[in-house]
Design a protein around this ligand. Structure first.
Ligand code: PLP
Length: 305
């Protein structure tokens, strides 16, 4: 039960316990939702405009018209954080569901471009995909048997709620005693995991999948940090064997930062310890965030609108 933070639904700020939508909302009945998640650390939003831009691209990508513009969304997110008293650290989500049909009676195929979309935002205490203590010693993942939904069916660049594949992969991971799972495309190439992108290090170069995945903001941040430490990055089509034969690996997400992986299936990396490059990037990420890098103070976000 989430008892801290603040949500914004149907134009009003409400406590998390009262943040509810209709059972007739197509977001609920058809997972017809696009969303984005940014975070706040020590009073500052991270890359808030990049997240809002991506959110607007997701809305357009699935043919939904957001009722608020970028500056209004900024203000709403700032207010959720401020009113929810979570400015120290927060997980901040914005979502748009297809909403409810305008007319339903006797007609199950009304115009989907003409629904009452429902705009939702909330700020709750920061969420970690894997707790920091587990990240300190490195995490374990599996390569899931469940395949990632192909982009030809649901475009992963538009951040969405089609999590059926991710959910099954997470169940596989739990059954295998691992923290999480990475999924491959139906044609067998590494894609991404439930809420994260993946990197591996081979011969001193970082590698990351280049298609069928969300273009993560943390992934982009990793590329910038890698440049700072003089490590080259390549994106490509990689089979899971490339990951299994790598020197190190890590996953990355708004929800947890850069998380070193020490085990993939039965393969153990760097004697079971987080790799050198992964650890450097992880430390740099948090040091820079603590120092306010690419951050916008919550008060500034609220005042700017
Ligand atoms: N891939 C998926 C499917 C995600 O849901 C997420 C984030 O939640 C990511 C990757 C990582 O993206 P970001 O770094 O922007 O949080």
């Amino acid at each position: 039960m989430i008892d801290r933070g603040m949500a914004f639904i149907e134009g009003a700020y409400v406590e998390p316990a009262n943040a509810k939508i209709s059972v007739f909302d197509l977001g609920f009945t058809k997972s017809d939702v696009v969303y984005d998640v940014t975070s706040v650390w020590k009073g500052r939003f991270f890359r808030i405009d990049d997240h809002i831009e991506r959110f607007m691209r997701s809305c357009a990508g699935v043919g939904m018209r957001c009722p608020y513009d970028e500056s209004e969304i900024r203000q709403i997110l700032g207010n959720c954080v401020h009113r929810g008293d979570v400015a120290d650290n927060a997980y901040v989500e914005v979502a748009l569901t297809r909403g409810a049909y305008k007319s339903y009676i006797g007609d199950f195929t009304p115009d989907l471009r003409d629904t009452h979309v429902s705009f939702i935002a909330f700020a709750i205490p920061y969420v970690w995909i894997v707790p920091p203590e587990a990240q300190d010693v490195g995490i374990s993942i599996i390569v899931a048997k469940t395949r990632r939904i192909p982009d030809e069916c649901v475009d992963a660049r538009f951040k969405n709620f089609h999590w059926g594949d991710f959910t099954q992969a997470r169940i596989e991971a739990t059954d295998a005693g691992a923290h999480n799972a990475v999924l491959c495309t139906p044609d067998g190439y590494l894609a991404e995991g439930p809420g994260f992108n993946i990197f591996f290090v081979a011969d001193g170069t970082l590698h990351t999948p280049k298609r069928n995945m969300l273009e993560g903001i943390t992934r982009r941040t990793v590329v910038e940090l890698a440049d700072e430490i003089g490590t080259s990055v390549e994106s490509g089509n990689y089979q899971p064997e490339a990951l299994l034969e790598a020197d190190e690996a890590f996953i990355c997400s708004t929800a947890g930062g850069i998380m070193p992986v020490v085990k993939v299936d039965d393969r153990i990396f760097s004697n079971g310890k987080p790799g050198e490059i992964s650890s450097r990037l992880r430390n740099l990420y948090w040091q820079k965030r603590e120092a306010g890098w690419l951050g916008t103070p919550v008060e500034e976000v609220i005042a700017a609108a």
